[in-house]
Design a protein around this ligand. Structure first.
Ligand code: PRX
Length: 647
């Protein structure tokens, strides 16, 4: 099967679309003639308290670096996501909640959402949260997480959502980095029938965070004893006293909206900072355009709100459009491997958005668990987070979508706020495994290692030559690192960290990260983070971590570990180290392979040559290339033997 096969828009799909092929072309044409007119139209889709007159002010050059969008306008995100829908759609469902346990589900209308959000906004205000304060949200996938996110935006507080799967140490690091004095959590989460002790984790984390003033603990009843009397607030005891009215704080378009930590190739995770106007414009536009969202559609994005996908496509994009968004607490294989498809039938989901890792895992279970469900409500399918292999794409298309539903393979990043390179449902002919073209106004370029622009059909490093409204504005607390990380490798361009191919038809094919960032089940993990967790263990002298191809996860984590002299390399110690990393970072960073390395391949100046380790982990020792520059080339033979490979 050629991965270049072109899938035209399925015939049954065509009907008046939000943006059809002609509409998409018109947007591209407008960008070519009057770019600002296009950006203005996008901006005007929101409600502004003070309308913007300025649209774009951008320079990616180090000397006069700036990124500003709609920057003299004022708006409020919660007002755009809630209040403006109340007149016409107050009784429409904003969120459908589907619990981990299939017997639990309920709906939240826009009217109820308004009241819930305003009460929490008033609650936070009462306990001292002010405009600009950072609020850390450490919650499971339940509507309360979204209520608190929106409540922050109501009063101009800046949320930092930390994925509930992160360890107490990771949580503490993120609280300290953004000097957050407030935390929102709950006693426990539940996923796949397993409990996650979020409050206990928070208590542990806060041993390292003396400046945290209050922890808002989400609970249904007021009788739960909380350990830290003045610090902890059981919201069930105070929420009833709160007014369901709260004025929306007028925010400058460039005021911070949220921080979201993500892994880079070096050091600790970075606090990606998004601002109010441009981010919401981009989340709203991409949601509506890319998914062909139509009024009344039920939209389900399976991502957790702890990741950017959950921010933009569970909460902000859907709500800015007055859509119905499904919040799912569980996992794809609990209680059965039909769960996704059953939920689609149960709630008549029209647009379904998930990650290739889930598709691959479910594909392995065969067609029957899918085929026994109807899925007739589905209209559009989406994929996000990592390259989707053509085999998984075809299964998703033919089996899940019965060949009726376009797949939008959306390429983007925490840093980009929303989709950049993606098909538009019903407007773009599809190639399995390709994210197709850039959205109007987005300017991808491919450069070689020296930064030379490559044209036509080619392969290289993916940069974006100019800004778009949803672009991150800074790394929280370290603007210099922001410019250094993204704009200095190829001066004057935003460097994505991804490799890419462009074919004869101009379709883009993302090939994966070209830096030391792994993509494990669609989660970004820095090799440096795993390495520093490993060397923090008393038995480890040195560690080098690389990725290797993994059938389900996309990439797995392979750790080469040199032990402290005299420590016995046992299977038991491997288990200990695996658990140690899980405890230090979280289960998502769990090593797949730990290989004892009596020595690591280093240059004479002491730099570890990861290229060699990658080839060993990929099972290609014959492709090692030149190893003559190594200080001690003999270590390579040991490692090849240790990996059970033959040359
Ligand atoms: O390598 C790309 C991959 O995920 C990275 C961004 O990860 P994160 O910031 O966690 O955001 C994930 C959700 C947007 C990218 O640098 N990636 C994301 N989407 C795709 C993808 N790779 C290939 N195809 C995609 N559709």
């Amino acid at each position: 099967m050629s991965d270049q096969q072109l899938f035209p828009v399925p015939a049954g799909f065509l009907r008046p679309q939000t943006v059809d092929a002609a509409g998409l072309k018109a947007q591209h044409d407008l960008v070519a003639t009057d770019e600002n007119a296009h950006w203005r139209t996008l901006g005007e889709a929101l409600d502004w308290i003070e309308p913007f007159t300025k649209i774009k002010d951008v320079s990616f050059n180090r000397d006069d670096f700036r990124i500003r969008w709609y920057y003299d306008g004022k708006l409020n995100v919660s007002q755009n996501c809630i209040d403006r829908h109340l007149k016409d759609r107050g009784d429409q469902v904003a969120f459908i909640f589907e619990g981990d346990d299939p017997s639990t589900s309920y709906s939240v209308t826009y009217n109820r959402l308004a009241a819930e959000v305003n009460k929490r906004a008033n609650l936070m205000k009462q306990y001292g949260v002010k405009k600009g304060d950072r609020v850390t949200i450490y919650m499971p996938m339940v509507p309360e997480a979204a209520y608190f996110m929106l409540a922050c935006t109501r009063i101009g507080a800046v949320h930092s959502v930390v994925f509930g799967g992160f360890s107490p140490d990771s949580l503490a690091g993120r609280i300290l980095d953004c000097k957050s004095e407030f935390v929102v959590t709950t006693h426990e989460g539940v996923r796949g029938g397993k409990k996650i002790p979020l409050k206990a984790n928070t208590d542990l984390a806060l041993l390292q965070c003396p400046d945290v003033k209050h922890v808002f603990v989400v609970a249904d009843i007021c009788d739960v004893m909380l350990k830290h009397g003045d610090r902890d607030i059981n919201i069930a005891c105070v929420l009833d006293e709160m007014s369901a009215e709260c004025p929306a704080e007028p925010m400058g378009a460039e005021d911070p909206l949220f921080i979201l930590y993500t892994s880079g190739s070096t050091g600790k995770p970075k606090g990606v900072l998004h601002t109010t106007g441009g981010y919401l414009v981009w989340a709203a536009y991409t949601f509506k355009t890319v998914f062909d969202y139509q009024a009344g559609d039920v939209f389900w994005c399976t991502a957790d709100v702890g990741w950017v996908t959950g921010h933009s496509y569970v909460v902000y994009g859907p709500l800015a459009n007055g859509a119905t968004s499904l919040i799912f607490e569980g996992v794809p294989n609990y209680p059965t491997v039909s769960r996704f498809w059953e939920v689609i039938d149960k709630h008549q989901v029209n647009i379904f958005y998930t990650a290739p890792t889930a598709i691959r895992a479910l594909m392995r279970e065969g067609d029957e668990p899918v085929k026994k469900t109807s899925r007739a409500s589905l209209r559009v399918l989406g994929s996000v987070g990592e390259p989707i292999n053509p085999e998984a794409w075809l299964w998703y298309y033919n089996v899940v979508g019965d060949g009726r539903c376009p797949i939008v393979d959306t390429w983007w990043q925490t840093e980009t706020g929303g989709h950049l390179i993606t098909p538009v449902a019903g407007a773009t002919p599809l190639k399995p495994g390709s994210a197709s073209y850039a959205l109007p106004g987005v300017k991808p370029v491919i450069v070689d290692a020296e930064g030379k622009l490559l044209s036509g059909a080619t392969e290289g490093n993916l940069c974006i030559a100019d800004s778009w409204p949803g672009q991150m504005r800074s790394i929280y607390g370290d603007h210099a690192r922001f410019i250094e990380t993204y704009f200095s490798t190829y001066p004057g361009k935003y460097f994505t960290g991804d490799g890419v191919k462009r074919d004869e038809d101009g379709y883009y094919w993302i090939t994966g990260r070209v830096d030391d960032v792994l993509n494990v089940s669609g989660h970004r993990i820095g090799t440096a983070e795993v390495e520093s967790a490993l060397v923090a263990h008393e038995t480890v002298a040195e560690a080098a971590v690389v990725g290797f191809p993994h059938d389900i996860k996309g990439q797995g984590i392979w750790c080469f570990v040199t032990l402290v002299k005299g420590v016995e390399p046992t299977e038991e110690l491997k288990v200990t180290l695996r658990n140690w990393v899980r405890r230090e970072i979280g289960p998502i960073a769990s090593p797949d392979v730990i290989q004892w390395a009596p020595g690591l391949p280093k240059t004479r100046s002491g730099k570890i040559m990861r290229r060699i380790l990658r080839k060993i982990a990929e099972g290609q020792p014959e492709a090692l290339g030149d190893i003559s520059t190594l200080a001690d080339p003999s270590v390579v033979a040991d490692l090849i033997k240790g990996a059970n490979l033959k040359i």
